[in-house]
Design a protein around this ligand. Structure first.
Ligand code: C2O
Length: 499
């Protein structure tokens, strides 16, 4: 594991995490990339060194620290063409930011095109030494990260060029898995000791599918969603969408044995036969073979509306739908294989939106990409609704869509699948599913514009983002020049990109 001060080399490497060898783009040469561990309040100085050379994939890069709010460090958010120019091969870029008051489970990934699907994804954990829920678990260390990802045998460039459907070849848990017809390659083992209680940090590091996560014979007590601690809720299955994280407390209270951990994808291999979509919960003293446990029965389903922040939260503004200071109801669509939000497909601009703003552009009409930038006033309550899809011809396909907002956590005042609103204690998170297409679901969330900067709001299915399913929230543009002080090398990064 790395501390918050580290060098990370981005390299191409052939790996076979499921027994099939392919070229990849990796942080630190491993999949997942190295765990970064920090403590609340830490200053991060992560120097990213681009050593990519395989031109069958993107050789530039940038790294986004998913879930980190980046207050006064929007320039370090890592989003190519929104907050920075990509890092070219043989260049490096120092991400220098402070995380004053966040703790919990995060991840980092490439934010250039679909590059994280080629491997550049990794966990990031911030510890709170005064964790109010620490009494619920005995063990919380690096080995308790459980990172779920989809995996492909073709490069992301080949997959996006081929177009939908985007079908993964395998599910990897902590970077290991099996594919249909492949060898019985090693699966991840999560090692526990009988009688102990563990905090497992689940990370939905997917490019596309969401996973229904279960552990045979064990319930899970949810205590964190997307870096926000919640009042404990017990479930026996848990849907995890691309970009989302949960901490669950699990008590190793079953007989010493091996138990299947299952991550069933909505898209990808649709079976557990032969250890597909699986890892192993292994008690100390159990033999090192595959489990033989049966799944289910399941009786404690997940209900997102039942998650409530541990701290007194409550949504900002007048407690009535549509009564925020600014209300945006998105219409989503798909024309000629490109997604639209309110009629516009996001196309990366030639210069990062932040650089445009710091160069004097203040208003959405002046900012590129035209039609995809929304200007939000400072210190106001914003309400955003996003439909799963519009049940009209041309509506956006491929739901459920997990939408992620950079720079904020938001209060989900209406969860997908519900027609009622909760302004009192809604779940607060940074990535939310828009729900099921057939039900015409819709999700509504609120936040306060207290973090000046251009922030990406997008579907975290990376293939959909590549097809333009996102917008930029240019928040408090009048304040950005006073608040943002990017280092000199930040702007010169762009001259090297343009040279
Ligand atoms: Cu996890 Cu815009 O990303």
């Amino acid at each position: 594991a790395l501390g918050p001060v580290a060098n990370i080399n981005i390299i191409n490497k052939n790996i076979a995490p499921d027994g099939f060898t392919r070229s990849t783009v990796l942080a630190g040469g491993t999949f997942p990339g190295p765990l970064i561990q920090a403590h609340k309040g830490d200053n991060f100085r992560i120097n990213v060194i681009n050593q990519l050379s395989d031109t069958s994939m993107n050789t530039s890069t940038s790294i986004h620290w998913h879930g980190i709010l980046q207050h006064q460090s929007n320039w370090a958010d890592g989003t190519s063409f929104v907050t920075q120019c990509p890092i070219l091969p043989n260049d490096s870029f120092l991400y220098n930011f402070t995380v004053p008051d966040q703790a919990g489970t995060f991840w980092y990934h490439s934010h250039l095109s679909t590059q994280y699907c080629d491997g550049l994804r990794a966990p990031l954990v911030i510890y709170d030494d005064d964790d109010p829920l620490a009494h619920m678990y005995d063990v919380d260390d690096a080995s308790t990260v459980i990172m779920l990802s989809d995996w492909y045998h073709s490069t992301s460039a080949q997959i996006s060029a081929a177009g939908p459907p985007f079908i993964p070849d395998a599910t990897l848990i902590n970077g290991l898995g099996r594919y249909s017809g492949g060898p019985l390659s090693s699966l991840a083992a999560i090692n526990v000791e009988h009688g102990k209680r563990y905090r497992f940090r689940l990370i939905g590091a997917s490019c596309d599918p969401w996973f229904n996560f279960t552990m045979d014979g064990h319930n899970m007590t949810i205590i964190e969603a997307d870096g926000i601690e919640v009042e404990p809720v017990v479930v026996d299955s848990l849907p995890i969408f691309a970009g989302q994280r949960y901490s669950v407390v699990v008590t190793a209270d079953q007989p010493v044995d091996n138990y299947w951990i299952r991550a069933f994808p909505d898209n990808g291999p649709q079976t557990f036969d032969g250890g597909l979509n699986s890892a192993i919960l292994r008690y100390a003293g159990a033999p090192t073979n595959d489990p033989t446990t049966e799944q289910g029965p399941y009786a404690l389903p997940f209900d997102e509306g039942a998650l409530h922040p541990l701290s007194d939260a409550g949504a900002p503004g007048i407690a009535e739908p549509g009564k925020a200071d600014v209300n945006i109801n998105f219409v989503t669509g798909n024309t000629q294989g490109e997604f639209t939000m309110n009629g516009f497909t996001f196309v990366a601009p030639p210069l990062p939106v932040l650089l445009q703003i710091l160069s004097g552009a203040r208003h959405a009409s002046q900012l590129l990409p035209n039609g995809s930038v929304y200007e939000l006033p400072y210190n106001k309550v914003i309400e955003i609704s996003i439909p799963s899809t519009d049940l009209t011809p041309g509506g956006a396909p491929g739901a459920p869509h997990p939408f992620h907002l950079h720079g904020h956590v938001f209060d989900v005042v209406r969860v997908a699948g519900s027609s009622s609103y909760n302004f009192v204690n809604p779940v607060r998170r940074d990535t939310v599913s828009t729900g099921v297409q057939a039900n015409n679901d819709n999700v509504t969330f609120r936040f306060v514009t207290n973090n000046p900067g251009p922030w990406f709001l997008h579907c975290h299915i990376d293939w959909h983002l590549h097809e333009g399913f996102g917008v930029v929230m240019a928040e408090a543009t009048s304040e950005i020049a006073a608040e943002e002080h990017p280092p000199d090398y930040w702007a010169s990064q762009c001259s090297s990109t343009l040279r």
